[in-house]
Ligand binder design. Structure first.
Ligand code: PHE
Ligand code: ZN
Length: 882
């Protein structure tokens, strides 16, 4: 925002209700409790665009009527951001009854109904924030969620104002042969001169954040889908020429998602057209604009030579996620941005369930829990902790978090666990039926769940209002054949929430018999209050407890558990998640012991070695699961277990264990790698699993025997026919100081030069590497001609990858912290939304040993002291210091 420019009326007089201060003031705090319905309704919007890369004219016509549900006001507040009105008409007449208040335009309107027409002029090529209408590689596209529409035209840019949109756009035929917007194409034509035009109509009322427009030179992969009621929907995936060969997987994923949502949630698509456009400059993953999803190329383009198996899964998951928003988000939208989890938590759960059904449910669950623990748990235990339905914000972009998304999904998953899948479906049906066409709240969702399932969710609502990961202390007492399970929960204090109430915690449990190895039946218990005990009358005299099976609740389980119990569970539990969990517990308690200097550490190590030996040899599990079980807990999760962590000690302990295990099991790991190399090619579970264990074996071997690891990784690289094998091998090589390293990195670059998504991998692999000179490599890469901060994917591929590389980021002198702070300062004026996402890694300073903490804090203070910080960065940095 340019505060120096004074908005002026057409006759040149400044019209300001409120003169913005010269020095940027603290951005205001927006509170959930202050929500009021908007005084006006805008049933219809007509937009006309004269498109140009550096100059686009927007004429907006709004039908405005009083909202009978709101307190009446003569003032119509239209939000703007960096806009000047070129013309303001009310009922066809130029008026002077408007003023600017800050960036907003305020019109005073008598009477009940009017037509307001406003013309604005914008420069898409100067839009480096990538919010509103912007230019990307010669095309024009929009991003409006959450508050980008106000950068296009003046409008009540809030999700509870729903309108039907007619869009007419015209532009140069050669520059913009493809013209797209929401809904259905209603007319198009040529002229005058080199221009052509198109008109789109979206019959479904929507909030402004779901508006989209795309104009550019694009090619399309077309297909169709017949819905359950027999309607044919035209599908299109639009990409840059040359990329069309990499869209098949996205198209197949889309059709699978459409079918699955009909079968599992009873949800049918509601337009004749569904289009997806891939753009390479995008702040987030993708956006669910009605009938016209706009995607980061990363989540559309995939073929085996350039995308890994993990990338294929991510494309499928994100395509499904955005498609599912058509009901959970678009047909039923959010009343205000505090309700973001209403659409995001629910839609993440829906995409997780979809992916579980498409592949291995157990592996998908483990992956989702790994993400939750490595990203959301640290958020929940740090200065940026917030409930899934926050109470206040300064900049809503900062609340597109793992808490709102992933914990939000866990909270709804718990309701599903409590109700069972059939009743959960009944609750969802009721929610959609009751609120179709509305802007709803989380409370509406909970009430529909109560009415549809019969559950009483009175106490469960606390999951929406309280932040922090609950801890559950577990004790099991055996008394002859009877076992008594005692549970006690505490929810830790978080910023602004010192005291917490207990929350209902559903736990799937089973008691196994140690002597016979007989596995017990599973039951669901619910810890309703602060404490509870549960009696298992015929448990047998010597049982092993399996608890929080399937990760039925997003909590931390604390218990004294004998290592031999964990060994038993890791090797034998019938719940695959519980097996993984036991393995993780075993490793976590061992590594924390090593960090604390616990003398019994060597025994723990031996137990882990035995379990890993079982896992590597177990014919009862497939390779996808084996690969999962072989992944050691991450350093951020380990650090999170300690009040004040020493990242060097954690890194050394984890690498030490990896190396020791690899030396103990060298023969087995080499054999596993050979067996996997001999497995066939293809994309079924078996070859995918083989590729996964292949690279996992290399990860271990490189730690235990670097020369052998390098030799095998180079061989895997040279023989690779897929990106999965090539990237896996290169990742391992990038971390080794070996002669094989440089040549393969160079080969990779030359082989994939010009493919932005693969070059992103090349940057990220080096920034994330275990190599002792990783910082130096990152500095050199920042000067590489392919590096730019202006492309969010590229900026993240270097610096987000680096911030996630614990040994480099936490380099003892603080150089890594300085680099991230410099990145924030350089990126903030260009793209505040992306800049602010680099603050959380530094924000965790309190959780590190005093030397590191002081260095991290000093960098945050340096950022905070910079003049003209964006609202986004200001909020994240001030909360982190606060
Ligand atoms: N709503 C998008 C999603 O599906 C995320 C997003 C938010 C994209 C803001 C762009 C901007 O999760
Ligand atoms: Zn979403």
């Amino acid at each position: 925002m340019d505060l120096a420019r004074t908005p002026a009326t057409p006759d040149g007089n400044p019209k300001m209700a409120d003169v913005p201060p010269i020095a940027p003031a603290t951005p205001p705090l927006i509170r959930r409790e202050d929500y009021r319905p908007f005084a006006w309704a805008i049933p219809q919007v007509a937009l006309e665009f004269d498109l140009g890369l550096d100059s686009t004219t927007v004429r907006a016509r709004l039908d405005v009527t009083r909202n009978p549900a709101a307190e009446p006001s003569p003032v119509l507040r239209l939000n703007g951001d960096g806009l000047q009105p070129a013309e303001v008409l009310v009922d066809g007449e130029a008026v002077s009854s408007w003023v600017m208040e800050g960036a907003d335009l305020l019109l005073t309107l008598p009477g009940e109904a009017h037509q307001v027409a406003i013309t604005t002029c914008i420069d898409p090529s100067a839009n480096s924030q990538l919010m509103g209408l912007y230019a990307s590689g010669g095309m024009l596209c929009t991003q409006c969620e959450a508050e980008g529409f106000r950068r296009i035209t003046f409008f009540p840019d809030r999700p509870d104002v729903l309108s039907t949109y007619r869009v007419r756009m015209s532009g140069d035929r050669d520059l913009f042969p493809v013209l797209l917007s929401n809904g259905n194409l209603t007319a198009s034509g040529r002229g005058p001169d080199a221009l052509h035009w198109a008109e789109w109509h979206d019959p479904w009322p929507k909030p402004s954040y779901l508006f989209a427009l795309v104009a550019g030179d694009l090619v399309v992969n077309r297909d169709s889908f017949t819905t359950m009621s027999g309607r044919e929907v035209q599908l299109g995936i639009f990409v840059r020429a040359g990329d069309e060969g990499r869209t098949a997987h996205a198209m197949e994923s889309l059709k699978r998602a459409m079918k699955w949502d009909e079968e599992v949630f009873g949800r049918e698509y509601d337009l004749d057209t569904f289009n997806i456009v891939a753009v390479s400059d995008f702040n987030m993953g993708a956006m669910e604009n009605k009938g016209l999803n706009v995607f980061n190329t990363k989540y559309v383009l995939a073929d085996p030579d350039t995308a890994t198996d993990g990338d294929f899964d991510a494309v499928e998951g994100v395509i499904a996620h955005e498609y599912f928003h058509n009901w959970s988000g678009n047909r039923v939208t959010c009343r205000d941005w505090f309700q973001l989890s209403l659409k995001e938590g629910f839609t993440v759960l829906r995409d997780q369930l979809f992916s579980q059904d498409m592949g291995s449910a157990a592996v998908k669950r483990i992956e989702d829990v790994r993400v939750l623990r490595s990203v959301q748990f640290p958020e929940d235990s740090g200065p940026l902790a917030h409930s899934i339905r926050p109470d206040s914000f300064r900049e809503i972009s900062n609340f597109y978090t793992a808490t709102v998304y992933n914990k939000g999904a866990e909270v709804i998953r718990m309701m599903r666990t409590l109700a069972g899948p059939e009743k959960f479906r009944a609750g969802c049906d009721l929610y959609f039926e009751r609120h179709d066409g509305e802007a709803a709240t989380c409370e509406d969702f909970i009430r529909a769940m109560e009415d549809g399932t019969g559950l009483d969710l009175a106490l469960f609502r606390r999951w929406y209002s309280q932040a922090g990961t609950p801890q559950v202390e577990v004790r099991l007492e055996q008394d002859g054949g009877q076992a008594v399970l005692s549970l006690k929960q505490t929810v830790p204090p978080t910023p602004g929430q010192e005291l917490k109430q207990p929350m209902p915690i559903p736990l799937r449990v089973a008691l196994h018999d140690r002597a016979t190895g007989r596995l017990g039946a599973e039951s669901l218990i619910v810890l309703e209050g602060a404490q509870g005990s549960f009696v298992f009358p015929d448990a047998g005299p010597d049982t092993v407890l399996s608890i929080n099976r399937g990760f039925s609740a997003p909590v931390i389980i604390r218990r004294e558990v004998a290592p031999q119990d964990l060994v038993f569970l890791a090797a034998h539990d019938d719940d695959p998640f519980a097996r993984y969990e036991a393995m993780q517990d075993l490793v976590v308690s061992h590594l924390l012991g090593v960090v604390r200097g616990d003398p019994s550490a060597p025994e723990g190590r031996a137990a882990i070695g035995e379990v890993l030996r079982t896992v590597v040899a177990d014919t009862g599990i497939d390779d996808l699961m084996r690969g999962e079980l072989m992944i050691l807990p991450g350093e951020s999760y380990l650090a999170d277990q300690l009040a004040q962590a020493d990242p060097s000690a954690i890194h050394a302990a984890r690498e030490g264990l990896k190396g020791w295990l690899a030396r103990e099991l060298e023969g087995e790991l080499v054999a596993l790698h050979q067996r996997a190399c001999a497995a066939g090619e293809g994309f079924d579970a078996a070859p995918r699993g083989a590729r996964k264990v292949k690279t996992q074996a290399l990860v271990f071997l490189a730690a235990g025997n670097p020369a052998l690891g390098a030799e095998m990784a180079a061989a895997q690289y040279d023989a690779a026919t897929t990106m999965t094998d090539r990237q896996g091998a290169l990742m391992v090589l990038a971390g080794l100081n070996s002669p094989e390293r440089t040549g393969r990195l160079l080969d990779f670059y030359n082989r994939h030069k010009g493919n932005a998504l693969v070059i992103d991998k090349w940057f990220a692999l080096q920034a994330q590497s275990l190599h002792p000179n990783a910082i130096e490599h990152v500095k050199a890469l920042a000067r590489h001609p392919d590096f730019t901060l202006r492309n969010p994917n590229r900026a993240r591929s270097l610096y987000m990858a680096f911030a996630g590389n614990p040994s480099a980021f936490h380099a003892p002198g603080g150089e890594g912290y300085r680099m991230i702070a410099d990145t924030i300062l350089a990126l903030d004026p260009l793209n505040p939304q992306t800049a602010a996402r680099f603050a959380p890694p530094l924000g965790r300073w309190r959780r590190f040993e005093p030397g590191r903490a002081a260095l991290m804090r000093a960098e945050l203070e340096r950022v905070a002291a910079a003049p003209r910080l964006s609202r986004d960065t200001y909020e994240q940095v001030s909360r982190s210091l606060g």
